[in-house]
Write a protein that binds this ligand. Structure first.
Ligand code: SAM
Ligand code: SF4
Length: 443
């Protein structure tokens, strides 16, 4: 009999990808996806350590799931409860101690062993903990991915050796590891054969990719040789790894979308050095100049941290200056938040919440002006948009523009999961409104 699997995913696209692959691994055991934990035979909480108060939030979620598990047990039904992802990796023992009703705790590198863990948990009782960084890469043990729709993620690289002083990723995801080009090309072919047209290459440091003698630009060239790969994106990149070949890929490969998420974190060289980012603000400016020379219409996105230990008003103003000079189409900005075990958490000069909040508000106001300006510049333009989600209103579909904006359009439901030419008619703060290009032509 089919069993129900509910996965709650927090965090980045890597976690979204990992959740989909965990579902693939469990499918042969009879687990089918479910929309709710209430009637699920197995619940996985795929956690993210980047969130503020990440572990406390996981424990309160687990409290709610314990109630569901107990209620189901009262009706004679078993619920396997698993905690996966970066919080599980960092705090596995603590989870088992504080939440003994959890059956399985697994890190991001061991989910290919889930079937074995499920068997061990139901056979032996008691919690199964598997937070190894195993020698055998999990990718070699995963079944072919099950694609849904026209877009898919494909993980090419994992882990990070850069050790930015604020970041937990090198500790939770482990050392940098690149998959072989052959494995990646095979997975891309499998996705295309299931109807996928747009692939987003994933990695914590995706442009640090180095597999089989290829860097990311070379890998993308090979991917575009696969018939059916119509669009390529990649995330998340580090400025230090934006090499000439990757920049040339933006110039030469029409399949590479004109959008790049390239986190800079700060515009102050002093803070960038304290963050161990290993580049200066001018290095970043030069990379952007080269990218724009290669692809004039490229739209840029970034991550920023305000209130890093020791950040002065002048350092913060250097960040505002960089924002003003570059012009971002969109961006994510965060207040610095100390992560246990990272070097920055013990640095002198920790700033007050008030200062962090005030700077975040100023930065976000500046970024908001830029994204509104960028959205307005799209009005009247016509784009090919992959429509892949229903809108909130009846008869409405949503897709992504080449520049990653959400685009809303009134369109028949039969156009779901298709690429349509849309003319942009309205710019909102975080999205665009559009009409089908043919409609516009007939009007
Ligand atoms: N690998 C990417 C890079 O090199 O920038 C980003 C990885 S991280 C998962 C995503 C973003 O979370 C970072 O770019 C940073 O802006 C933010 N972040 C990470 N640790 C943080 C911390 N301790 N406090 C505030 N923001 C943080
Ligand atoms: Fe974290 Fe990115 Fe720095 Fe790696 S490069 S330590 S993932 S912020």
């Amino acid at each position: 009999m089919a069993k129900k699997l509910f996965i709650r995913t927090y965090g980045c696209q890597m976690n979204v990808y990992d959740s989909a692959r965990m579902a693939d691994v469990l499918a042969p055991l009879g687990y089918q996806p479910s929309d709710s934990p209430d009637d699920a035979d197995m619940v996985i909480v795929n956690t993210c350590h980047i969130r503020e108060h990440a572990s406390e939030k996981v424990f309160s979620e687990l409290g709610r799931l314990r109630d569901i598990k107990q209620e189901r047990a009262g009706q004679g039904q078993e619920t396997v409860l698993a905690v996966a992802g970066c919080v599980a990796q960092a705090e596995g023992e603590e989870i088992i101690r504080r939440a003994p009703f959890v059956d399985i705790v697994l890190g991001p590198q061991t989910y290919h062993r889930l079937p074995e863990m499920v068997a061990r948990a139901s056979r032996a009782g008691g919690a199964v903990l598997d937070t190894d960084f195993p020698a055998e890469p999990k990718f070699d043990h995963l079944p072919a991915p099950q694609a849904q729709g026209l877009t898919a993620f494909l993980s090419v690289q994992e882990g990070c050796d850069k050790f930015c002083t604020f970041c937990v990723v090198p500790y939770t995801r482990g050392a940098e590891y690149s998959r072989t080009p052959e494995a990646i090309l095979d997975e891309a072919r499998a996705l295309v054969s299931q109807g996928v047209r747009e692939i987003t290459l994933l990695g914590q440091n995706v442009n640090g990719y180095h597999g089989g003698g290829l860097r990311l630009g070379g890998l993308m060239r090979r991917l575009t040789e696969i018939e059916g790969v119509e669009r390529l994106r990649y995330t998340t990149s580090h400025p230090r790894d934006m090499d000439d070949e990757l920049i040339a890929a933006h110039r030469d490969l029409p399949q590479v979308m004109p959008f790049l998420h390239l986190p800079v974190q700060s515009g102050s060289d002093r803070i960038l050095a304290a963050m161990n980012r290993q580049h200066t603000a001018d290095d970043y400016r030069r990379i952007i100049d080269r990218l724009r020379a290669a692809r004039a219409d490229i739209a840029l996105s970034s991550d920023f941290i305000v209130g890093f230990p020791g950040e002065s008003e002048q350092d913060f103003e250097d960040t505002l200056k960089l924002v003003e000079e570059i012009g971002f189409a969109q961006a994510y900005s965060f207040k610095y938040s100390p992560r246990p075990g990272t070097p920055a958490s013990g640095m002198a000069g920790q700033l007050s919440e008030e200062v962090k909040e005030e700077r975040l508000a100023r930065l976000q106001a500046a970024l908001q002006v830029q994204s509104a300006r960028f959205n307005e510049s799209c009005v009247g333009r016509t784009f090919d948009v992959v429509l892949d989600r229903p809108g909130r209103r009846d008869g409405q579909l949503i897709g992504r523009s080449p520049y990653m904006q959400s685009v809303f359009v009134t369109a028949p439901a039969t156009m779901m999961n298709s690429v349509q030419r849309l003319t942009i008619t309205a710019a909102h703060s975080n999205s665009l409104g559009a009409v089908l290009a043919e409609e516009k032509a007939c009007a």
